[in-house]
Design a protein around this ligand. Structure first.
Ligand SMILES: [Zn+2]
Length: 368
């Protein structure tokens, strides 16, 4: 019988990755050897040739009206031989000529065919590979599995995915190690009663919390900070900018509530994200033609958490939760929040007017 010639069709794949081929062939062989107890003998080239001969002889015997041997009968019942371009190929027996031709490949050719299919399926996994093979070739599931598990490219891909998972875990593991607290002064552009923005950011994940404040007194800051800490937990180190008058008092009060939280005063927040928050709030106000930054700060907070952070290479949200938000915000100016805010202000204005007090910032708000 002629030696099958695949060198032209598979030339590109047969010469590459010699280590991979060697490792794969060895793994398949080892698997066959350690599973000899099973009835299925491996389809080596020699065995395929042997069965092809049995079937061809059986066919001759059958046509000459003689009785076939048990083996000839057995093989002819399960397989057929077809000739393609002068080459005999072993295929599964079809019940009609319209059925798919599924060729039994010899083990020696698994690598070449799997390489071809693996490439055309863009490094598809075992099941994708088996699906591609299903109507054309028979290669045992185990061999496909071994191939995918040994593919160097898939290996690299899996490793980088693992690294990514690890990196994410690392960020999340460092969540609440250090929290950075600052207060941004908005007295020059008050929003009703609100004159400050509490800016609290987790140092590792960059997860941001913004809260509008009426004052920059320790008691009010503490209330907002507690809401955040009682949602996300308190950090082991709370870093507060020492420029602030409230710093010392806040330290006492935070420590009383969270004794394990160490409050440190550092003038490092000039390098922090205040400027970025201010810029984002400013563009929110321009975009929405509104000075209601006490509402806008929550939108800016969400959008910042949902945007890729340069240093992390991913969003703070993803760094913390390991996934992106499932649904996105459809508006940048939540009318519901604004109208609630209106009610709040109106009630307060009425109270203040009754008591004869001045309402800061209200007159400068173009939406009122
Ligand atoms: Zn691969």
């Amino acid at each position: 019988m002629d030696e099958p010639d695949y060198t032209i069709r598979l030339a590109q794949t047969s010469s590459s990755e010699p280590d991979f081929r060697e490792a794969f062939d060895a793994a398949v062989e080892e698997h066959n050897e350690t599973h000899q107890g099973s009835q299925k003998k491996p389809w080596t080239q020699a065995r395929v040739d042997e069965v092809i001969n049995e079937i061809k002889n059986g066919m001759d015997t059958f046509l000459s009206g003689l009785r076939r041997t048990a083996m000839e009968y057995y093989w002819m019942n399960k397989y057929e031989v077809i000739t393609v371009d002068g080459e005999d190929q072993l295929i599964f027996k079809r019940s009609s000529p319209e059925d798919a031709v599924i060729r039994v490949l010899p083990r020696e050719q698994y690598y070449d065919y799997l390489t071809e299919i693996h490439r055309s399926s863009e490094h598809g996994g075992r099941d994708k590979m088996l699906h591609c093979l299903k109507t054309k070739y028979y290669i045992p599931k185990k061999a496909v599995e071994l191939f995918v598990s040994l593919c160097p490219k898939c290996h690299t891909k899996r490793n980088s995915i693992n690294k990514d998972v690890l990196a994410r875990q690392n960020y999340a593991l460092k969540f609440n190690v250090r929290g950075l607290l600052d207060v941004i002064d908005y007295q020059i552009c008050p929003d009703g009663y609100y004159q400050f923005v509490l800016n609290y950011q987790d140092d590792a994940t960059k997860f941001l919390n913004l809260r509008p404040l009426k004052t920059n007194e320790a008691s009010e800051i503490l209330i907002e900070l507690m809401k955040i800490f009682l949602t996300f937990g308190a950090p082991t180190i709370l870093q507060v900018d020492n420029r602030h008058e409230f710093a010392e008092k806040l330290k006492e009060e935070v420590t009383a509530l969270w004794p394990e939280c160490r409050v440190v005063h550092k003038n490092t927040l000039a390098k922090g994200n205040n400027k970025e928050v201010e810029e984002l709030l400013h563009s929110w106000m321009l975009q929405n033609n509104s000075t209601r930054w006490s509402v806008g700060c929550f939108v800016v907070q969400f959008e910042t958490n949902d945007s890729v952070h340069k240093a992390l290479g991913k969003s703070p949200y993803k760094s913390l939760f390991g996934c992106d938000p499932k649904v996105s915000l459809g508006v940048t100016n939540p009318a519901v929040l604004l109208s609630l805010h209106d009610v709040e202000i109106t009630v307060k204005v009425e109270q203040e007017v009754e008591s004869g007090e001045n309402v800061p910032g209200l007159s400068s708000d173009e939406e009122t």
